[in-house]
Design a protein around this ligand. Structure first.
Ligand code: PRX
Length: 632
């Protein structure tokens, strides 16, 4: 197993070594895994191209490290503990031995349908154990998984399938979420109608008792997977072979496929899981994220399984059948580490203190937060009403692109301070710069957060478009990885991540590019132009505020805004639907025709008194009109 730090002295020593001798430090961690052949070089890198290779020449399969390696010592230990959407449905406990068998069966099924090393497979599934099985089955064969969150629309799914030229889709028939039964396969059908020419087969997991007919190239999971042999040799992969693609929004264009590779991702997710959560044998660990996002990849599936942990998967939502569901599950399974997003904490906090008070939460040792800044009120509530002041909060900052947790307190080891992600993990060399790229030295500063040295799970490229990767992350400041986040460092060196400084909005911990939402709105036939900004939202962190210019029409404003929401729902999915849509006569523009988003952000945030100088605008008069009709 990778190192697990136990004291402040050990953290300081590990951090120091990771900076002075990064190769030696990470090599020692890597040696704790099963490799078919050791690496030739620990690290080769430059941030200009960029080209980053960890453990180059090393041969491995990540699933042997997640599964086979544990069979002798913990074959009968529960690997995945699954809790259904319906609280009356029995939980499912899958041991390491059973999980290995199920992964092998699924891998054999994929093989029988023609999937080979390097093929791309899209997974569009609810939070059922078969999703984790399918992820690992792809990795077993060396096929590249691309999990698409099952809340995305058919159009968004088709875009992702086509960008990766995926050969196969694995889906469910239906998805149980709260009191809704969502037709998943119907979304696949619609995506296929839009055109996904690379898809050869669709594997459908039955998650309901409803009947459904499948066509020739579609196969039921129970007919195809369950009949397979329970052994399947693991494909031997190079450390730098692709493990998966995960699409995420940026400030421009369509979502990009962030690429992670086998070796470095394995080492870093296991290392950070063991240290950030201080997982001990016998603990029950629960991350409430969806596997459709990076948090689910790294800290439901890979990190915990690599560390031989018992990881919970929950199919449902925090509010069904009532606002006590999370706490009921914590009590039922005696959860020790609990990892969720600030948006969930705020929603549950608003439901009242009596609800968590009705459950036994005394098993909780560590509380995690991820995905967006956690405000002080939510931090304090989480600390006192859930952790009872005894379970340290780890506010973990990281990104799809970083693969694993980058900045976090270490529970029981480093101190915690509300709203501060605090200290970098060993191996993470943070740098603060100003807008010109000058490094800001010392403490008590605010600036743009960059990283100056590679860590093992840094993204390697964006799928099919390396130049976009270079431009987005490595060209803003020479020699640095730019996170897109603004941050401050307090007098003692703790880091607080404030939020995005680019045109990305963080809605309930989900990243949404403003350009992407604007493009979706533009699809409405009456829309001439749209500008989208974020504004503070009590529960979601940020809400989506759209300013829209429409051509003259007989339609009422209510009809138009409903239609616009429908269009966004169709193009991207419900998570991108604007919270507020204001029909405006014009948008404030500079003389060169650029939309002044700064002003729109201020109006959306109800900060009309600090709009700043608007006299240089092309159309300053429009600002007063927008302000008059503002939905704040
Ligand atoms: O702005 C930061 C915010 O979420 C962004 C990354 O989003 P995504 O790739 O979807 O990954 C989310 C889960 C790892 C970051 O650029 N963010 C994430 N965690 C935090 C955060 N902002 C403040 N504090 C955090 N703990």
């Amino acid at each position: 197993m990778t190192e697990q730090m136990k004291s402040l002295e050990e953290y300081k020593a590990s951090y120091k070594r990771s900076v002075e001798d990064p190769e030696g430090f990470w090599e020692d961690q890597a040696k704790t895994f099963h490799w078919h052949k050791p690496w030739d070089t620990v690290l080769k890198w430059n941030f200009n191209e960029p080209k980053i290779e960890w453990f180059q020449g090393g041969k491995l399969n990540i699933t042997e490290n997640c599964l086979d390696r544990h069979i002798a010592s913990r074959g009968d230990q529960v690997a995945i503990l699954w809790e259904a959407n319906d609280p009356d449905q029995p939980s499912e406990a899958i041991t390491y031995r059973q999980l290995l068998e199920r992964v092998c069966q699924c891998a054999n099924a994929l093989k029988s349908l023609g999937i080979q090393k390097g093929d791309r497979v899209v997974l569009y599934m609810p939070m059922v154990p078969e999703l984790a099985v399918a992820v690992l089955a792809c990795a077993r064969l060396g096929a590249i998984h691309s999990v698409v969150f099952a809340g995305f629309s058919a159009q968004a799914l088709a875009d992702r399938v086509n960008d990766a030229s995926a050969k196969m889709i694995i889906c469910s028939d239906f998805n149980n979420r709260g009191n809704k039964v969502i037709p998943v396969k119907a979304v696949i059908d619609e995506a296929m109608k839009k055109g996904c020419p690379s898809i050869e087969h669709i594997l459908v997991h039955k998650n309901s008792d409803k009947d459904m007919a499948l066509s020739d190239h579609e196969h039921w999971w129970h007919d195809t997977v369950d009949v397979q042999s329970t052994t399947c040799p693991a494909e031997v992969m190079d450390a730098e072979d692709m493990l998966f693609i995960l699409y995420t929004s940026g400030s421009t264009g369509k979502p990009k496929g962030v690429v992670h590779t086998c070796g470095g991702y394995m080492v870093y997710t296991c290392y950070t899981f063991r240290n950030a959560f201080q997982y001990q044998d016998g603990d029950i660990y629960w991350c409430t994220a969806d596997i459709g996002w990076i948090t689910g990849h790294s800290y439901i599936v890979y990190g915990p399984l690599l560390a031989g942990a018992t990881t919970m998967m929950f199919e449902g939502v925090p509010t069904y059948p009532d606002y006590g569901r999370f706490w009921q599950i914590v009590e039922k399974h005696k959860v020790n580490q609990f990892y969720t997003a600030p948006t969930a904490i705020r929603a549950l906090m608003a439901a009242g203190d009596d609800i968590p008070a009705a459950y036994d939460l005394s098993t909780l040792k560590v509380l995690g937060s991820v995905g967006e800044p956690i405000n002080e009120e939510a931090w304090n509530w989480y600390n006192s009403h859930i952790g009872k002041g005894k379970a340290p909060i780890i506010d973990t900052w990281w990104q799809t692109e970083t693969g694993g947790i980058m900045i976090t307190p270490l529970p029981g080891i480093t101190d915690t301070k509300p709203t501060y992600a605090s200290y970098p993990m060993p191996g993470i060399q943070t740098v603060f710069v100003d807008a010109e790229g000058n490094e800001l030295e010392g403490n008590d500063i605010e600036g743009l957060l960059c990283i100056k040295f590679p860590w093992p799970s840094i993204l390697r490229t964006t799928y099919g478009d390396h130049e976009r990767c270079r431009q987005t992350y490595f060209s803003t400041f020479e020699g640095l990885y730019f996170t897109g986040d603004g941050a401050r460092r307090d007098a003692e060196g703790r880091i607080r991540v404030i939020g995005r400084v680019d045109d990305v909005i963080n809605v309930s911990g989900h990243r949404m590019g403003t350009a992407e939402v604007e493009n979706a709105i533009d699809e409405h036939p009456n829309v001439i132009e749209a500008a989208v900004v974020g504004y503070p939202h009590n529960i979601k962190g940020q809400g989506i505020y759209a300013y829209v210019i429409v051509e003259p029409t007989d339609k009422s404003e209510a009809t138009l805004t409903n239609e616009i929401r429908d269009v966004v729902n169709r193009e991207i999915g419900p998570i991108a639907k604007p919270d507020k849509i204001q029909i405006v006569p014009g948008l404030p523009k500079t003389r060169s025709g650029k939309i002044m988003r700064r002003i729109l952000r201020k109006i959306a945030s109800n900060e009309m008194d600090s709009l700043g100088d608007i006299s240089t605008l092309l159309n300053p008069e429009v600002v007063a009109e927008i302000t008059k009709g503002a939905l704040t």
